[in-house]
Design a protein around this ligand. Structure first.
Ligand code: NAD
Length: 495
């Protein structure tokens, strides 16, 4: 069985905590590895290493940092297939999806390669007579990242490139469910030439997270995961005086207006609901059918579902893989039953599909006539279950999104530019798609939701990520002739 260890100061460190977690292949149900969980002392060791490295790293030139980021980018690209294979083996997502995840991660490194331009300060000459004022952005110190199971490669790459580009050092605490891809990425960062301690990795659970949130030498924490833990990380970290950005769960709605091309909408709904087995924070979980199109749209979705191939992620014919654990698969299946009990129409019941072996597979499900009081609507299901809610009007659909506590993504399908433009203004979500079901922003915009989908003031990666990982310093400077100097107790005025 493969053992996954910490990586601190460039060294492979096995835990001595005596605590560990199993790592399984979700397609077979077999345990394939074990990941050691950090003790408080091991987290402290990583923080001490990152703190020591910060003193030198913050003074490394922009030119050198840029070169290292390019090297890192090239190594991740050269090893994309190996990273993707690890994703498939431990997360279960199909190979093509896994390669897509790595490609989006690389986009974030590419953005950070432009740090020279992005970190330019501002300068005002002659702000007052003989006085110049300028702002520079400086790093925070030791930053930490805590990441979820569903994007074990991409989400760490939302954080690491920008954090180190800005001159911070970084400690990654990835999900304990699929730790080998993030571990490999940190190895690649070391191979790229980042000095020891600039990027460290500790594996673990709540013990490691709590120590990072508590440690006086950790300046900032980026978190991505479920809403209850995001809320906890934000509340605890800010109470301890840290800068925190904590991205949470989601319930993404796709509104289909009566004028939409229904084939286009059905393709998009199926792709966005069942891709990665629905285990995406940007997955479409609810289709809101406006007006009289619901019967037609539901039928077009159903027909497409019949053709989906579900199987192991390393089988090139598979379009959807298993869920992450047996418990999660059973929890997701429970929502199909609860929806039926509460009055939804089960058009396709994924529980009826039988799979060979002990993998954590579940067929795709479609529930119609879902209402907003049902549990399947209220909760984040995070699995291949799509709900259809019928709505009489556009306004009712938009109100539904506003009333939902989450606010990650929202999409509209229509051929009416005016309606789309109105939706762009109205939707209570941080990321909006117009005929795009999964509007994940490109690397040079930033990613993040609203309301219960994000706690904190800045979204992640892109320009907002740079803002998070730096603090502004304003310098007021003059070089006067000493002979003109005199004592003046008045408050300095600009003239
Ligand atoms: P999770 O909240 O269970 O775990 C996320 C991280 O928090 C992991 O590293 C885990 O070890 C740690 N953690 C778990 N329980 C903890 C506790 N009690 N105290 C401290 N730390 C704890 O999330 P997950 O199941 O790994 O990931 C799926 C969730 O992440 C979904 O809700 C999904 O919507 C969300 N997600 C959100 C985004 C986004 O950008 N908003 C992106 C990806 C995933």
């Amino acid at each position: 069985m493969q053992q996954t260890h910490h990586l601190i100061d460039g060294e492979d460190i096995a835990t001595t905590s005596g605590r560990s977690g199993p790592v399984s292949n979700p397609a077979t149900g077999d345990q394939t590895g074990e990941v050691g969980f950090a003790s408080v002392e091991e987290v402290d060791r990583a923080v001490a290493s990152s703190k020591a490295a910060f003193d030198e790293w913050r003074n490394v030139s922009i030119a050198r940092r840029t070169k290292l980021l390019h090297e890192f980018r090239n190594l991740v690209a050269a090893n994309a297939d190996e990273i993707a294979a690890r994703l498939t083996a431990e997360h279960g997502k199909v190979a093509d999806d896994a390669r897509g995840e790595v490609a989006r991660g690389i986009e974030n490194i590419e953005f950070s390669c432009g740090l020279a331009d992005a970190l330019k300060g501002t300068y005002n000459e002659q702000a007052s007579a003989g006085v110049d004022v300028y702002t520079v952005r400086q790093p925070l110190g030791v930053c930490a990242g805590i990441t979820p199971f569903n994007f074990p490669a991409m989400v760490p790459l939302w954080m690491i490139p920008n954090a180190v580009a800005c001159g911070n050092t970084f400690i990654l605490k990835p999900s304990e469910r699929d730790p080998s891809a993030p571990r490999f990425i940190i190895e690649l960062a070391q191979e790229a030439g980042f000095p020891p301690g600039v990027v460290n990795l500790v594996n673990g659970d709540k013990v490691a997270v709590d120590r990072l949130l508590d440690h006086p030498d950790v300046a900032a924490v980026s978190f991505v995961g479920s809403t209850p833990i995001a809320r906890y990380v934000y509340a605890t970290g800010t109470a301890n005086g840290k800068r925190i950005q904590a991205l949470g769960g989601a319930k993404n709605h796709m509104v289909v207006l009566p004028d939409a091309d229904l084939d286009l909408a059905a393709d998009a709904a199926v792709s966005a609901a069942y891709g990665s087995a629905g285990e995406r924070c940007m997955a479409i979980s609810v289709v809101v059918a406006v007006g009289d199109i619901a019967d037609d749209l539901v039928e077009r979705i159903r027909v497409r579902m019949d053709k989906l191939v579900i199987g192991p992620g390393d089988d090139p014919t598979s379009e959807m893989g298993p869920l992450i654990t047996r418990e999660h698969r059973d929890r997701v299946a429970g929502y199909i039953g609860s929806g039926a009990d509460e009055g939804a129409t089960v058009v396709v019941d994924g529980r009826e599909q039988v799979f060979d072996g002990d993998g954590y597979f579940l067929g795709v499900s479609l529930l119609d006539n879902v209402t907003t009081d049902m549990q399947v609507y209220r909760d984040e299901v995070f699995g291949p279950v799509l709900s259809v809610v019928r709505s009489d009007t556009y306004h009712e659909a938009v109100q539904m999104i506003s009333d939902n506590p989450y606010g990650n993504g929202a999409a509209i399908f229509t051929r009416d530019g005016g309606a789309a433009h109105q939706f762009q203004r109205d939707a209570e979500a941080g990321m909006v798609g117009i005929n795009v079901p999964i509007p994940v922003p490109v690397g040079y915009h930033s990613f993040g939701g609203w309301n219960d989908s994000l706690f904190g003031d800045t979204t992640m990666y892109g320009p907002e990520g740079l803002r998070f990982y730096t603090r502004p310093k304003v310098i007021t400077s003059r070089w006067p002739d000493p002979s003109t100097s005199s004592v003046d107790l008045g408050f300095p005025q600009n003239d």
